[in-house]
Design a protein around this ligand. Structure first.
Ligand SMILES: Cc1cc2nc3c(=O)[nH]c(=O)nc-3n(C[C@H](O)[C@H](O)[C@H](O)COP(=O)(O)OP(=O)(O)OC[C@H]3O[C@@H](n4cnc5c(N)ncnc54)[C@H](O)[C@@H]3O)c2cc1C
Length: 546
């Protein structure tokens, strides 16, 4: 018998971080859920965390990204198909997310707000699902948000909700009204304008009870959705339409895909370029009211962008910490090396504050229907949180990758995928500058409501170093006539104050630490360029991953 080859023995490598409970292990998340009204949902979240932290779910995430969707324009005989084929793992992820209500738990059966702490519950689940696979969450979040726009047409909403409101995922290519469940995508962005949708040139002509849409969309993700919300120019101006994949007589609608984008990340999700060849659609809003109609959706998709980026960072932190606890360098565990401990503790504090902030935002979504200040918080803070959380994720994930050394850079580990995934949350649903402009818009349209939120933050931030000065800067800067040019700095400071305040409700000691390092400026640019005491480092690391 031959001797085993000497290099078969593997030593000093960290074991895979799989088969973990994503909720039980995450103390900052658990505490944020309780602090924001979700205590009753603990058992459901523990079950979700165990399931999504399993090795099987991680494997589905890998497979769905390594086997990218394929565009099947024609069948073998040359008949037009316009279908996209996904790996079975993608469909399984969709089914698991739908089963957990990630695509619809915001809504009651009739399409109104679900009530209670449903947003905190759903937000915590979305945060965990993003740690496993984010590409499939694109149609999940669009479907959930679409209901807000469909609300403008109560008849259509009433027809759609019995299908959209189920917890089933039905991948069949068939008319939506025959299915067990459905998904909805969005077609807004055109070649000549994405942010500036007023520049849309796709045309809509009235045709009987419906419309015929002719034109092109430069990005339309999740092309196998059952319907799309599409912006097009009707006689009365830019209008929002509901465009199903099948026409009412059961024929395939004239939605012609041209190609799928070859993207940096988000590879399990297909993003198409598409032409509408007089495609059938129903008008959702009054002609000319397209923008106010889609605005209903964007706070929801922006909330999910922030949740997903926060989840990606949490996953990066957990992998970095896990690796550092197993890997020895110079006869000492990485997790015991002073420099590495500062890096990990600073990252842990960042994730703790981010988690507190996104869950606080979810609470405002829960309470907005009954509480004016919470409604104002939701409106003002959604772009602020989307801006800061999504912007910080790529740099964070790069640092997490570096904690794993060379392993972090290799596709076999999940961090390379997370890193490629992170920038898209900052780009879509309104890029960074657009978020800042949105904050200015809120201030100019409803200064009273915005002041109520800023006053609330000022009152809550007493004792947090640097918070009062930061808020004074925010108010002064954003009210200047030339505010646009300085809006990024003000919006970032506002996010840091809001994060400190959100964390204060959960862990006052860490809220203070976060304010000291982020608002008082006791830090350098990179993670770990801080001066924490040894006990602070220890408690941050213990909380992050017990
Ligand atoms: C993977 C992926 C999937 C997508 N899926 C979809 C989809 O399903 N449906 C859909 O409709 N769209 C989709 N998009 C498009 C996305 O929403 C747009 O790319 C995004 O809104 C930005 O628009 P744009 O690309 O036209 O860039 P532009 O609008 O040209 O913006 C370019 C840059 O300019 C900045 N900017 C814009 N206006 C101002 C201003 N006034 N002052 C200062 N800076 C400004 C922006 O912040 C941005 O950084 C997708 C994009 C990606 C990357």
């Amino acid at each position: 018998m031959s001797k085993p080859f000497e290099t078969d023995e593997v030593i000093n490598q960290s074991p895979p971080l799989v088969d973990v409970d994503l909720f039980a292990l995450d103390h900052p998340l658990r505490e944020a859920v309780v602090a924001n009204g979700g205590a009753d949902h603990e058992a459901e979240l523990l079950e979700f965390g165990r399931h999504w932290g399993s090795a099987e779910m991680a494997e589905r995430g890998r497979l769905a990204n390594e086997n990218v969707p394929k565009l099947k324009l024609f069948d073998a005989r040359g008949n037009r198909r316009d279908e996209v084929e996904f790996h079975p793992a993608y469909h399984e992820l969709m089914a698991h997310s739908a089963h957990a209500g990630l695509h619809n738990a915001t809504w009651s059966e009739k399409g109104g707000p679900a009530g209670g702490a449903s947003e905190v519950l759903r937000g915590a689940k979305f945060f965990m699902a993003a740690q496993v696979e984010t590409g499939h969450l694109c149609p999940i979040t669009m479907t959930r948000a679409a209901v807000a726009a469909l609300d403008t047409d109560s008849k259509l909403l009433g027809q759609v909700m019995p299908v959209l409101g189920t917890r089933s995922y039905d991948p069949e290519f068939a008319p939506w009204w025959t299915k067990r469940g459905m998904t909805i995508g969005m077609g807004m962005t055109e070649r000549q304008g994405g942010t500036d949708v007023r520049a849309n040139i796709t045309r809509a002509e009235l045709d009987g009870e419906g419309y015929r849409i002719a034109g092109h969309k430069w990005f339309m993700s999740a092309p196998m959705c059952d319907a799309f919300l599409v912006l097009a120019q009707a006689k009365g101006g830019l209008t929002c339409f509901f465009m199903p994949r099948f026409t009412p007589d059961g024929r395939v609608n004239a939605i012609r895909f041209q190609r799928l984008k070859d993207k940096l990340g988000n590879r399990s999700n297909a993003s198409s370029e598409v032409e509408f060849d007089n495609a059938y659609a129903l008008r959702l809003s009054e002609e000319g009211r397209g923008i106010p109609t889609i605005i209903q959706m964007v706070s929801l998709t922006r909330q999910d962008c922030a949740l997903a980026s926060a989840g990606l960072m949490r996953s990066g932190l957990a992998h970095a910490l896990h690796h550092a606890r197993h890997r020895s360098v110079f006869q000492k565990r990485l997790a015991d090396q002073p420099l590495m401990r500062s890096v990990l503790a600073d990252m842990a504090l960042h994730v703790e504050a981010t988690t507190a902030l996104v869950m606080r935002l979810c609470r405002s979504f829960d309470r907005a229907p009954h509480d004016e200040v919470e409604a104002a918080y939701m409106r003002l803070l959604t772009p602020v949180v989307k801006y800061w959380v999504c912007k910080s994720a790529p740099a964070f994930l790069y640092e997490a990758m570096e904690c794993l050394g060379g392993n972090g850079y290799v596709e076999a580990d999940v961090l390379a995928r997370h890193y490629r995934e992170a920038p898209v949350n900052a780009i879509w649903e309104g890029s960074g500058n657009v978020m800042c402009l949105d904050v200015l818009r809120v201030l100019s349209r409803d200064m009273g409501a915005a002041q109520a939120v800023l006053g609330h933050l000022m009152a809550q931030s007493r004792g947090l170093d640097g918070a009062a000065e930061a808020l004074v800067f925010v108010v002064k800067t954003l009210q200047r006539p030339d505010a646009e040019g300085s809006a990024r700095l003000a919006v970032e400071k506002l996010a840091l104050v809001a994060a400190s305040v959100a964390l204060q409700d959960i862990h006052p000691r860490n809220a203070l630490l976060f304010a000291q390092t982020q608002l008082r400026g006791d830090r350098g640019a990179a993670f770990g360029a801080v001066d924490f005491s040894t006990p602070e480092i220890q408690q941050l690391l213990d909380r992050a991953l017990p």
